[in-house]
Design a protein around this ligand. Structure first.
Ligand code: COA
Length: 194
């Protein structure tokens, strides 16, 4: 499906601040990924659908499902400054024939110390470039908490538009209900019917 990704990771340098690298997540990255993810989920409970306490209890190895080619996951991209993991994003796709043309972006995060330098934008551009290689894909969707203005603006700058809003989409441990904006980006025109 992504021939260039099957055997080796890909480095994206074009849009990145100097010294930073974006590449595919590997087995040896799982512990660092879990550490970043646990920290971000705990600090931004309004931003993520996954629950911080439940995710903390997971083994790092359980995130093998987010490696390229595993199950519904198309790939996970990680952003590094040397040996320090700064950001991550995953792309997933349900392989059933009628919805095989839709990819979903999940788990977008950039460590607070690295925010506002274009890393989120670079992660998304790298993901969209990879997704565009797959000619079967036409649409990319994501959801974002309505009040998460930095994330929403970033997605809009990348070309996503809102197609709906799910009111009360997540319920936080303290009982607050938050709405999610549903966004979509079209990668290519629909394939004409045979
Ligand atoms: C949302 C998130 C991923 C954005 O990551 P980021 O790396 O800060 O994103 P960017 O730097 O690409 O863009 C953020 C802002 O920095 C600005 N920026 C980009 N490059 C810049 C640069 N070189 N210098 C200064 N500012 C810059 C952008 O203009 C943008 O500002 P704007 O929204 O006012 O236009 C990050 O804030 C985050 O992880 N938040 C917590 C978790 C979260 O909300 N995840 C999303 C779940 S849907």
């Amino acid at each position: 499906m992504f021939p260039a990704l099957a055997t080796h990771s890909t480095v994206f340098a074009r849009t990145l601040p100097p010294g930073l690298e974006i590449r595919l997540m590997r087995e040896s990255d799982l512990k660092a990924y879990k550490a970043l993810r646990d920290a971000m989920l705990a600090r931004h409970e309004e931003a993520f659908t996954s629950d911080a306490a439940a995710e903390r209890g997971r083994e790092a190895a359980s995130y093998r499902s987010r490696l390229s080619g595993a199950g519904h996951c198309l790939f996970t991209l990680l952003a590094w400054d040397g040996r320090q993991l700064l950001g991550a994003l995953s792309a997933e796709c349900d392989g059933r024939a009628k919805i095989r043309h839709i990819a979903h972006i999940v788990g977008m995060m950039v460590d607070e110390a690295a925010q506002g330098r274009g890393l989120g934008h670079a992660l998304m551009q790298a993901a969209l470039a990879l997704l565009a290689q797959d000619e079967a894909l036409q649409l990319v969707t994501l959801s974002v908490t309505r009040s998460n203005t930095p994330a929403r603006r970033l997605y809009e700058r990348c070309g996503f538009v809102r197609y709906g809003r799910l009111e009360g989409a997540i319920v936080l441990p303290d009982g607050r209900q938050l709405d999610k904006d549903l966004m979509v980006l079209r990668l290519r025109a629909p394939t004409p019917a045979a």
